[in-house]
Design a protein around this ligand. Structure first.
Ligand code: PMP
Length: 358
């Protein structure tokens, strides 16, 4: 099968073995005579899939037993709204680390519902770094941060140290790429379409604090209290997406879990940053100490060469390398399912491009 090297930022490459399992599940799932997308979400067959997805996520991330896990729809964008709606009481405010476009959207949505305050903003340096220090509001209800900045290519290596201030994290673009301390967070959310599966499913992990904070009585679709009570089955979930996510998590477990995955991700990122640093032809966007292992942002010597690189790479079977429209340049997304062979092909292509155009 002729699959291209896929560096798209999301929806992103999935493991081929998972894509094959999904394809096989469509006409007749587990010998039920019913296709995966044609099964009731309340059937025992789907219930087993749903529970397995949750169990696998719990095992992989080491989610504390008293935390709850949901697979909802609406993407991370809906969580910008739901977090503020459920976690901020009247007169409460949340602090935000504005490390990029998505973090800013979280702030804007909190401000629409209640109040949001900037604890740090990287705008002055085009979001090429992460904070050394934060100015947190001692009365903030929580601090929201984005673990990996998909657009500018920066990534926290550790959660911010904010003492007793509750932490809420958008982990859309690096969840399950490395071990994390779930217990240090009160709420984590992540759209699935980068590291966990297809778009249309969002994983949400809630501490007892987060569940207690939710006042209840909200629109049911937006209400953590109700969604937790119904295990995310208030209405029809994305059954296909949850199965795909379950298979991706099985693939990560078979690979050796998050330590093994993290090692592979580090090696892929090191190969690309190594090439960027090897010559003056390429310029990396993020400062070295804040570099993301998931989204590697760089540029050629001119915008014209960036465009030419994207075109020539595409023709050579290396897809999705154009930088986000808000920053330009180039971006290689190297999520879990991006194989080291794709990275090696990209490095070889960069060398060839430099020798022709340098
Ligand atoms: N947060 C981050 C870090 C993202 O990368 C994205 C999407 N690229 C979003 C939020 C928005 O996600 P969605 O499209 O699932 O709403």
């Amino acid at each position: 099968m002729n699959r291209a090297h896929n560096f798209s930022a999301g929806p992103a490459v999935l493991p081929l073995s998972v894509v094959e399992q999904l394809s096989a599940a469509l006409p007749n799932f587990q010998s039920t005579g019913l296709g995966l997308m044609e099964l009731s979400h309340r059937s025992p067959t789907f219930d087993a899939v749903h529970r397995s997805a949750e169990d696998r996520l719990r095992r992989l991330l080491g989610i504390p037993e008293d935390y709850r896990v949901l697979f909802l729809q609406g993407g991370a964008s809906l969580q910008f709204h739901m977090t503020a709606l459920n976690l901020l009481a009247e007169n409460e405010s949340a602090d935000f680390i504005v490390s990029g476009v998505w973090a800013k959207k979280g702030l804007v949505e909190a401000q629409r519902v209640r109040a949001g305050r900037v604890a740090w903003d990287g705008n002055d340096t085009q979001y090429d770094r992460l904070p050394d220090t934060l100015e947190t509001d001692p009365n903030a209800a929580y601090l929201h941060y984005t673990t990996n900045n998909t657009i500018y290519g920066t990534q926290f290596t550790k959660h911010p140290d904010v003492g007793a201030l509750p932490l809420v994290a958008d982990m859309s673009s690096d969840i399950c790429s490395r071990p994390i301390d779930v217990g240090a967070h009160e709420l984590i959310y992540a759209g699935a379409q980068k590291n966990l599966g297809p778009s249309g499913v969002t994983a949400i992990i809630l501490s007892p604090w987060a569940v207690d904070k939710s006042p209840g009585g909200l629109n049911p679709m937006l209400d953590y209290t109700l969604q937790v009570e119904k295990r995310g089955l208030f209405n029809t979930p994305n059954t296909f997406g949850i199965y795909a996510l379950e298979r991706v998590l099985a693939w990560i477990e078979d690979f050796g879990g998050l330590d093994a995955m993290s090692q592979r991700n580090q090696q892929k990122a090191a190969a690309l940053y190594g090439e960027i640093d090897r010559t003056d032809f390429w310029t990396g966007h993020a400062v070295p100490t804040a570099r993301s292992e998931m989204n590697i942002t760089f540029r050629a010597p001119s915008p014209e060469l960036d465009t030419q690189f994207v075109q020539e790479a595409d023709a050579a079977g290396l897809k999705g390398l154009k930088g986000h429209r808000s920053v330009g340049g180039l971006r290689a997304s190297t999520y879990n399912a991006c194989p080291p062979e794709s990275v090696a092909a990209l490095v070889a292509f960069m060398q060839e491009f430099e020798s022709t155009h340098g």
